[in-house]
Design a binder for this molecule. Structure first.
Ligand code: HMG
Ligand code: MG
Length: 298
């Protein structure tokens, strides 16, 4: 049997959070349905954040019960920045939450209006309460390579925060290259340190593809032993509060790379391209990862 990698498609959350065109709840459901049809078993569906900060995610409380009702087997994570977000997520029936902690002072302030110490404290409290309520948990360590405000992020700080998230009980610690600034050698170096500090099977990587190195970075993470990946259908995505953050590593690029390297993702590429085509119609612009032009000709 081929070795498996686990992919969380974050296109409904990271992909849609920063789009100029509004995408309604029914269209989000349709997108998630197409991802499920393609074999995606885990999505990040939405976020319970301030609707003033991120208007595209204002329908989170309506979307989650619809997704949970329609696809009970689908792992459905939702991003929550604080205890209020957790409370809203629980009321909506979420079974998995993700907290977001940035590894620099300025990025936390810009993203969630807290300093690093407060963001760490709030993330820990949110994780503990989520665990007590029986939820699955993910913890992002954002700007884990470079911060758009503070430059190169010290590796020691990334390791310290990953350890704290692990100690607070996060099931998955998601090391995020928020602005897509990483290179493969750095990915190797950072995961070599991280896997000494946190169990490797609990580490995930969330890559943005700003400089075209997303797939190369994913390969470096694979070679470092990481088997959990975030990616976004069509490569859509980007944090509205991190200048210069382009789209995520495209799910189709990751699947193509993994599949042709003998790894199993459970995702059918041609079916996945239906989800990409749907997102294109919704957002009214061409989308797709670096492999998508070739994939469309198959
Ligand atoms: P704040 O203004 O400091 O919050 O915002 P506050 O506690 O002072 O409250 C202000 C208002 O927001 C109050 O309402 C609160 O009730 C409300 P009002 O009295 O004015 O009517 N509020 C909330 N409403 C809904 N849901 C909540 C919530 N919390 C407070 N959870 C806050 C702080 C965190 C809310 C705000 O800064 C925020 O929502 N930020 C959004 C952050 C975000 O979504 N960023 C993008 C996702 S992170 C990302 O993309 C990176 C990632 O992909 C990994 C990577 O690539 O690195 C994950
Ligand atoms: Mg992101």
């Amino acid at each position: 049997m081929r070795e498996q990698i686990h992919i969380t498609d974050v296109s409904p959350r990271d992909g849609l959070q920063n789009q100029a065109l509004h995408v309604d709840t029914q269209a989000k459901l349709e997108l998630i349905g197409l991802l499920v049809d393609a074999g995606v078993r885990s999505v990040e569906a939405t976020s319970f954040v301030s609707p003033k900060a991120v208007p595209q995610m204002a329908d989170a409380a309506e979307l989650v019960p619809l997704v949970r009702g329609r696809w009970p087997e689908l792992r459905t994570s939702v991003l929550v920045p604080n205890l209020k977000g957790l409370e809203r997520a629980r009321l909506a029936g979420a079974e998995e939450i993700a907290v977001v902690l940035s590894a620099t002072e300025t990025m936390n302030r810009k993203n969630i209006n807290m300093g690093l110490d407060e963001a760490l404290d709030v993330s820990e409290q949110t994780l503990r309460q989520a665990l007590a309520a029986g939820l699955r948990t993910r913890a992002y360590v954002a700007v884990a390579f470079e911060c758009p405000f503070e430059g190169l992020t010290p590796l020691d700080e990334v390791v310290r925060l990953a350890q704290r998230m692990h100690a607070a009980g996060a099931h998955e610690i998601v090391i995020a290259d928020t602005i897509g600034a990483a290179a493969p050698g750095q990915v190797r170096q950072r995961f070599a340190a991280l896997r000494e500090a946190v169990p490797l099977e609990q580490l995930a990587v969330h890559l943005h593809d700003t400089r075209g190195l997303g797939a190369a970075n994913a390969w470096a993470a694979l070679e470092s032993g990481v088997r959990r990946f975030d990616a976004s259908a069509g490569g859509i995505g980007g944090c509205p509060f991190a200048p210069g953050a382009a789209g995520n590593l495209a799910t189709e690029d990751l699947v193509l790379m993994a599949q042709n390297s003998g790894l199993d993702t459970g995702i059918d590429l041609q079916a996945l391209m239906q989800a990409v085509a749907f997102a294109e119609r919704q957002l009214q612009r061409p989308l797709g990862g670096r492999s998508s032009a070739w994939l469309r000709r198959q």
